[in-house]
Design a protein around this ligand. Structure first.
Ligand SMILES: C[S@@+](CC[C@H](N)C(=O)[O-])C[C@H]1O[C@@H](n2cnc3c(N)ncnc32)[C@H](O)[C@@H]1O
Length: 249
């Protein structure tokens, strides 16, 4: 996606809700030398992990901001690229987040969102334990205002927001019993145990039983699954694409 967008040396890039690193390193690899990459997140612990990760990977011109992605307080129109991945689908309120992202991009700059569509998260052959875990996870995301199928309406969302030349690049990944990602669904459900049990979506005992059944199914040599689809959607803010912001703070 970054290649297609054309991120190049000198670009100022912002990752809203960068978490423990997100794509900061990928952006830095393209924006250096001369560019700047800024990661913003509301979670100080994750931001520290991102700082450690990027320093270890020698992304020199990377800065970190502890803040609210929906109200950043950053200088408007000051970035060539504003990127947001998996924030609106988990924290909700996609429209205001998109508005903030657009306000931070320079005229002719790029706003890029990546969001999931869990309708594509399927196991073959199907299994009741897989279905139980996915259903429980979707209920947990809904309970906190998330939208696990946001990827389906992302293209329309960016177009309606006034972005131009909006591009759409969806992808899924196939996983077999021999792939490191085999445990993706059980591991995700396990990491959300507190939410799942605390909100009475599933009991501890049923979760334990379902995790064991699902893991047994996923370990079968002929079982495969597709990950959730990730919709990559990006577009340009109205304005002159030649208006390059080159000065660095
Ligand atoms: C699912 S993670 C995605 C992290 C990263 N973008 C990635 O793709 O690896 C969602 C991130 O959004 C952050 N987040 C949620 N609400 C936020 C807000 N209002 N302001 C800033 N960050 C927020 C969380 O702290 C978390 O790091």
């Amino acid at each position: 996606m970054l290649e297609r967008i054309g991120v190049r040396p000198g670009w100022r890039c912002l990752d809203l809700g960068c978490g423990a690193g997100g794509i900061l390193e990928l952006m830095a690899a393209r924006a250096e030398p001369g560019g700047l990459v800024v990661g913003l997140d509301a979670d100080a612990g994750l931001l520290q992990a991102a700082r450690d990760w990027t320093h270890a990977h020698r992304a020199a011109r990377t800065r970190f901001v502890l803040g609210d992605a929906y109200r950043t307080g950053l200088r408007p129109a000051s970035f060539d690229l504003v990127h947001v991945r998996f924030v609106a689908s988990t924290a909700g309120l996609a429209e205001p987040l998109l508005s903030e992202a657009i306000s931070l991009a320079r005229p002719g700059g790029v706003v890029a969102f990546q969001e999931p569509d869990t309708d594509a998260l399927n196991c073959y052959p199907p299994h009741p334990a897989w279905t139980r875990l996915t259903t429980a996870l979707y209920a947990a995301f809904r309970a906190v205002g998330g939208d696990t199928t946001l990827g389906q309406r992302l293209f329309a969302l960016l177009r309606h927001a006034g972005l131009e030349d909006v591009a759409y690049r969806p992808f899924v990944v196939g996983v077999t019993s021999r792939d490191p990602m085999r445990d993706f669904l059980p591991a995700t459900a396990e990491s959300l145990r507190k939410t799942l049990v605390g909100r009475d979506i599933i009991s501890d005992a049923e979760l334990d039983r379902t995790l064991a059944e699902c893991r047994a199914h996923l370990s079968q040599p002929e079982t495969v699954f597709t990950t959730y689809l990730v919709a990559q959607v990006w577009g340009r803010t109205p304005g002159s694409p030649t208006c390059q912001v080159a000065t660095l703070d």
